[in-house]
Write a protein that binds this ligand. Structure first.
Ligand code: ZN
Length: 316
């Protein structure tokens, strides 16, 4: 029996046959009986087949809405600091959030895991991007803000990466992590068809308790958790609801990513998705207030860090 890599607790089967919506392959998700963390098994040796060319390439309307919402999130992060500093985003995608921070005066640096992704980020916004993770950075590089936005759940060994990132924080620096919440109402409702389960791309499934414990072991202390995520939470309700009544997983998402053509069945689901959106927003907002939202954003500092004496300042 596998033991939990975070707390050592026994793992029990949660979803024996969760399906990947891209390949149809099935994976098992096990859950820790102590901290509630989940793991996807087996972890594929080669992930290339599970990241198609269209992955996270949305149609222009969806991309535009996401851009507005991300700008709001980025402004909130920047507001944690009295003055702009240096930021590193691991897994920066096309570099959009770093581009927004640079416009606010920040010195920005990103990383991506493939040479092709690095090229896209450099060409899209002209961001400085290294290939790989924290090991690819200059030995002396330190950052006031480190971002791991929808990245940690994709990593095979999140503890090792968090330990390295902790060592990259400047005095008073903050690490901000956005991950799906395996203890959310949406996860419980969606079951194996929960939109943010996303096997096998998501190898880890974190609960607030599990993530705080993992961070603590790497010398990081959680200073705040927020759950409001207008970017990803209401949509997660819509797609998880549709997955409950449709045999084809993530049909709407495939349409929005332009993986499928807009035939009659797909357009029917688009209409159903639009109808479901208002109740989905209501559910999301209530779950945020109850601290059971589908996405959690965790802010942490180096343990022992004195927030009062930091160079870049910051509200508690
Ligand atoms: Zn555990």
């Amino acid at each position: 029996m596998t033991a939990c890599r975070i707390c050592g607790g026994a793992m029990r089967p949660r979803f024996p046959r969760a399906a990947d919506y891209i390949t149809g392959d099935r994976f098992e998700v096990r859950e820790c009986t102590i901290c509630g963390a989940g793991r996807t098994l087996p972890a594929p040796a080669d992930m290339a087949a599970y990241y198609p060319a269209r992955y996270r390439h949305y149609n222009p309307l969806v991309a535009g809405i996401l851009r507005v919402l991300y700008r709001r999130r980025v402004a909130r992060w920047a507001g944690l600091f009295r003055t702009p500093g240096a930021v590193f985003e691991m897994g920066c995608g096309n570099g959009m959030m770093l581009h927004m921070l640079r416009r606010l005066g920040w010195t920005v640096m990103g990383s991506e895991r493939s040479g092709e992704a690095v090229r896209i980020a450099r060409e899209t916004f002209g961001i400085t991007v290294v290939e790989g993770g924290p090991d690819a950075l200059d030995a002396q590089a330190r950052f006031d803000l480190i971002l791991l936005f929808q990245v940690l759940e994709h990593l095979d060994d999140p503890a090792a990466v968090l330990g390295k990132l902790a060592g990259r924080l400047a005095p008073g620096g903050r690490l901000i992590i956005g991950v799906p919440n395996f203890a959310s109402w949406q996860a419980a409702f969606g079951g194996a068809g929960w939109f943010h389960l996303d096997v096998p791309r998501h190898l880890q499934h974190f609960t607030p308790v599990a993530l705080a414990r993992l961070l603590g072991e790497q010398g990081l202390r959680v200073t705040g958790i927020s759950y409001d995520s207008p970017e990803h939470d209401p949509y997660g309700w819509v797609q998880s609801l549709l997955n409950r009544v449709d045999s084809r997983p993530n049909r709407l998402t495939r349409l929005l990513m332009r993986m499928d053509r807009p035939d009659a069945a797909n357009l029917l689901h688009l209409a159903l998705g639009c109808l479901a959106f208002v109740p989905a927003v209501a559910l999301a907002v209530i779950s945020w207030a109850a601290r059971r939202g589908a996405i959690m954003e965790v802010t942490c500092v180096r343990d022992g860090a004195n927030l009062g004496g930091e160079t870049s300042g910051g509200k508690p």
